[in-house]
Design a protein around this ligand. Structure first.
Ligand code: ADP
Ligand code: MG
Length: 244
C-alpha cells in the first residue's frame, strides 16, 4: 500500500477564461480508495477527466503507474487503457449485446482474440453479479444493471486504476445499493479507486481518504471520519450541512 500509482502535481485546467482547476496536488497509493466530494461546479469531474486525459491539463503533471500522461510523447491511447472510467450515464452501446459491449474495446484496443475477450468478459460479468445477462441488450436491463455492466466493461481492460464520476447519481434509489455493493467489493479486492460521489455513507465506510473540493482547489482532505465527521474548514461544514 505504499507505492504511489497516481501522482498529480500543480494540475490546472482552464476553459478559455474560466479557471476550473487552480493547482491540484494529489498522490494516490496502490490499493487506496479516495472519495472526492464538493459542490456542483467545483471541478470534480474535470479533475477525474484529467487523470485519463479526456481533458488536457493547462498546466501541471499527471503520472499514472510511472507513465507521465502529460508528456507530449506519451502514447495516450495505450496509457488510457490503464485507467478505467465509469460515468453517471452508463454510455453502453445500445445496439450491442452486453457481451459485445464488454469485448469490443478488448479486441480493438488491446488486440485480444475473440475467445479470450469473451472469457474475460464473462468473468467480469460474474463479478458484478450479472453472469446470466451476457446475451441481453442494454435496453432490457435496469439502470443499476446497466451501470454494473459499465463497471464490468471497464474492468475487462484490466485497469490499474478505476475512476468513478457520480456512478449512482442517475439511478433510482432502490438500485443504488447494488452498484455501491459492487464498488465496495472492488475496493476490498484491492483496486485503486478515485470516486466522485454524494454517497456520504459509502465514503465513510469505504474511503481510505476523502477530499473536499471547492472552487478548483482541494480545500480539505483526510480520513472520512475527520473530513465528513469533524470537518476543519468552514466551506466543508457548510457543504455537508446542505447534503447530509
Ligand atoms: P463538478 O464535477 O464538480 O460539478 P465540473 O468539473 O464538471 O464540476 O465543472 C467545473 C466548471 O467547469 C463548471 O463551471 C463547468 O461549467 C466548467 N466546465 C466543465 N467542462 C467544461 C467544458 N468542456 N467547457 C467549458 N466549461 C466547462
Ligand atoms: Mg461532475
Amino acid at each position: 500500500m505504499t507505492e504511489p500509482i497516481i501522482e498529480i502535481t500543480g494540475l490546472c485546467k482552464a476553459f478559455g477564461p474560466l479557471e476550473v482547476l487552480k493547482g491540484i496536488d494529489l498522490t494516490v497509493k496502490r490499493g487506496e480508495v479516495v472519495c472526492i466530494i464538493g459542490p456542483s461546479g467545483s471541478g470534480k469531474s474535470t479533475m477525474l477527466r484529467c487523470v485519463n486525459l479526456l481533458e488536457e491539463p493547462t498546466a501541471g503533471k499527471v503520472v499514472v503507474d510511472g507513465v507521465e500522461l502529460t508528456d507530449p510523447d506519451c502514447d495516450i491511447d495505450r496509457a488510457r487503457t490503464r485507467v478505467g472510467m465509469v460515468f453517471q450515464g452508463f454510455n453502453l452501446f445500445a445496439h450491442l449485446s452486453v457481451l459485445d459491449n464488454l469485448t469490443i474495446a478488448q479486441r480493438k484496443v488491446l488486440g485480444r482474440p475473440k475467445g479470450d475477450a469473451e472469457l474475460v468478459a464473462r468473468e467480469n460479468l460474474a463479478k458484478v453479479g450479472l453472469g446470466e445477462k451476457a446475451g441481453s441488450m442494454p435496453g432490457q436491463l435496469s439502470g443499476g444493471q446497466q451501470q454494473r455492466v459499465a463497471i464490468a466493461r471497464a474492468l475487462s481492460m484490466n485497469p490499474e486504476v478505476m475512476l468513478f464520476d457520480e456512478p449512482t447519481s442517475a439511478l433510482d434509489p432502490e438500485l443504488v445499493g447494488d452498484v455501491l455493493g459492487v464498488m465496495r467489493q472492488l475496493a476490498d479486492d484491492g483496486m485503486t479507486m478515485l470516486v466522485v460521489t454524494h454517497e456520504m455513507q459509502f465514503a465513510r465506510e469505504v474511503a481510505d481518504r476523502v477530499l473536499f473540493m471547492d472552487g478548483g482547489y482541494v480545500v480539505e482532505e483526510g480520513p472520512a471520519e475527520q473530513v465528513i465527521g469533524a470537518p476543519r474548514e468552514e466551506r466543508t461544514r457548510s457543504f455537508l450541512a446542505r447534503v447530509l
